[in-house]
Design a protein around this ligand. Sequence first.
Ligand code: LLP
Length: 433
Amino acid sequence: MLYSDSLSVSPENHLMIGRHDAVALAREFGTPLYVLDEDLMRRNCREYRETLRRFCGDRALALFASKALCTLHTARVAAEEGLGADAVSGGEIYTLRKAGFPMDKVYFHGNNKSPEEIDLAMDSGVGYFVVDNRDELERVNAAAARRGMVQKILFRVKPGVDCHTHDYIKTGQIDSKFGVALETGEAFALHQYAASLPAVRVEGVHCHIGSQIFEIEPFLEALRRMMALIARLRKELAMPAKILNLGGGFGIRYEAEDDPPALADYMQAITDTLRQEAKRLDIETPFLVFEPGRAIVGAAGVTLYTVGSVKVIPGVRTYVAVDGGMGDNPRYALYQARHPALVANRAGDAPTGPVTIAGKCCESGDLIAENVPLPEVHAGDILAVLVTGAYNYSMASNYNRLPRPAMVALRGDDKKIIVRRETYEDVIGHDVL
Ligand code: LLP
């Protein structure tokens, strides 16, 4: 039940992450500890780069959706691997800029960019703004005009495609706070308005239908609708609309039964449909952009905890309490998301029964996972929760004033702290008496 090819069991029956013993990492750096398998993150970046090259030549780019895991180090890794980046806030732009990211390859998202964030993005030389709505369009146009520049933009379009994923991470349907609707004519009207503004230039269109999607068809349906929009923009508004950004959302394996399509299968279907549509509409194929986040870092993350207590409630369930919880991984509390787990110091032992992994927050909903098959667990064991690279650290909080864990990156035989553990001083650091 090991979930990536970089996980294995050592002769001492310990979980190995790449070439590193998880138990030794827990001892050296303390727990809870986020571990990032940097080699796997790099392989995932390369898989995107190489698969896009195979199917699209130099007519496509993958952006790392930095919201999945935004640190200076991960930004640098994504840049070194040739990816662009999707940023969604001033904080993410600031991180990318500090990491030396090539800012012309950054797409700035978000449904409510503040004037300060717009300024920061323009001062940082962000390549593209993905504009969400009319108010924002006017703000972006005004900010660019003040600088005497023309800002390249794309609109975030709701293509009206539904996909099967958790309601909280669906975004392509009409009832969404993101973007402008295609089917009501709102999207076209906004493009028309943008054509009249002097300091923005529409370079393409963007959509993102949701996250953790296992089907290919919703991407194809979104693509068909977006291609029809591109054709109208080119023909009726004489807009170049050169870029089609289809967002992220590619599903990954969390549970044994998860079986996401291979990237090459997505790309084969997407590029076949793209060519068909281009032919049918008699337009040139646009430059494709994708924004994978989870697919780049999800499986590359493992969180290590120390078990503090085991509470057997006969006929009910067994709670295994760990030294972290919803503060470092809120995904179960938010989406009932499922993460596999194992006992890192007895990694090869067969499970004896299902347990519930509970955090240490003062809240009954503070669970990391339910019904996880584990061998007998004792206080002092090191528990490894897998596939925690995406949306764990980036959604972490200090609830109950728990300091956020450290993160260590593994590359070959090297290991390096890339986020230091918070101290109590950090936790009270912004309080004023
Ligand atoms: N592009 C846009 C515009 C997005 O909104 C997102 C994710 C992505 C790309 C990256 O999607 P990915 O490839 O990672 O699925 N916190 C939730 C996920 C929220 C996703 C938000 N947007 C979770 O823990 O599952």
